[in-house]
Design a protein around this ligand. Structure first.
Ligand code: PDD
Length: 285
């Protein structure tokens, strides 16, 4: 069966899902996106993703074409129509298609809303057992990384460099400190068992998985510090890991070809992964 996508009010076969070449998402990357995981046919931590969607569109003065409740209904309907068991729902809202290419906001143009799904068994992904290697790259992005904008060229280049180096992710570095992964939040576990992840701010995306992991760790009285760390500190750490909707909690076993810890996923990472998967299942909608 051909996958079903959603485009501006209609559920259509993926091959028929089209937007205008004048769409501002296409011309200016004038749009916002979200990716929510699906486990056993249910959306994971979706309220958090939709809250961030609302915040992101607010930051660029873009009105959503539908209510948040309706958007969640559409996500669920799309999961159902695709018989999706495990994977994710991608959604994107742009400032719509104008009649030309004026930079300033158009008047009276309806935003574009599209969604599609993809299949991935996140819980049983092979890399969850082996961990991944990462490379480091300079963070060349704009100054409002807290907005989940579709302008991802810097991440495309970073993740391509990672792919060429047979690494699973690129860690972006600015002023000697790790900001975040190309599409993930970064964590380390220090030698004295403190979990460290960069504090939120305009330098990084406020990851939904990051937020949940921090809360879950705090609830278990694990020591956690929200501050920036360097690549050197990460290499001297016991463990390192990344979080995102598409990997949950994923061990990082090497950075630029140098081992982190013993070069295998560590017990804290495994434990946090398990805790997160339990949380995900228990709160799925
Ligand atoms: N990316 N940082 C960046 C730059 C990201 O693109 C992402 C997610 C995250 C993690 O956020 P969350 O835990 O809310 O997924 C951090 C998505 C998955 C993507 O672009 O595919």
């Amino acid at each position: 069966m051909e996958p079903i996508a959603y485009v501006n009010g209609a559920f259509v076969p993926l091959s028929e899902a089209k937007v205008s070449i004048l769409d501002r998402g296409f011309l200016f990357a004038d749009g916002i996106y979200e990716v929510a995981a699906v486990l056993d046919g249910k959306l994971i931590d979706n309220a958090s993703h939709l809250a961030r969607l609302e915040r992101s569109v607010g930051e660029i003065s873009l009105a959503l074409p539908d209510s948040i409740d309706r958007i969640q209904e559409i996500q669920k309907e799309l999961v159902k129509r695709n018989n999706l068991v495990n994977g994710m729902v991608y959604l994107e809202v742009t400032r719509g298609a104008d009649s030309g290419r004026d930079f300033a906001f158009p008047k009276g143009v309806k935003p574009t809303l599209i969604m599609f799904t993809s299949v991935k068994d996140i819980v049983n992904a092979p890399s969850a057992k082996t961990g991944i290697g990462v490379i480091t790259v300079p963070d060349i992005r704009w100054a409002r990384r807290d907005i989940k904008s579709v302008a991802l060229l810097a991440q495309v280049l970073a993740k391509q460099a990672a792919a060429e180096a047979n690494a699973g992710e690129a860690w972006m570095v600015e002023d000697g400190k790790v900001t975040e992964g190309g599409s993930s939040s970064c964590f380390i576990l220090t030698q004295d068992d403190v979990i460290v992840t960069r504090q939120n701010g305009s330098e990084i995306l406020p990851g939904c998985t990051r937020k949940a992991v921090v809360k879950l760790a705090e609830e278990r009285q694990l020591r956690i510090e929200e501050r920036a760390f360097s690549v050197e500190e990460a290499l001297a750490a016991k463990e390192a890991f990344i979080t995102s909707a598409t990997v949950f909690v994923q061990a990082v076993v090497s950075i630029d070809g140098k081992k982190v810890g013993n070069g295998k996923p560590g017990p804290m990472t495994d434990r946090l992964r398990e805790i997160y998967v339990d949380f995900a299942r228990a709160t799925a909608v």
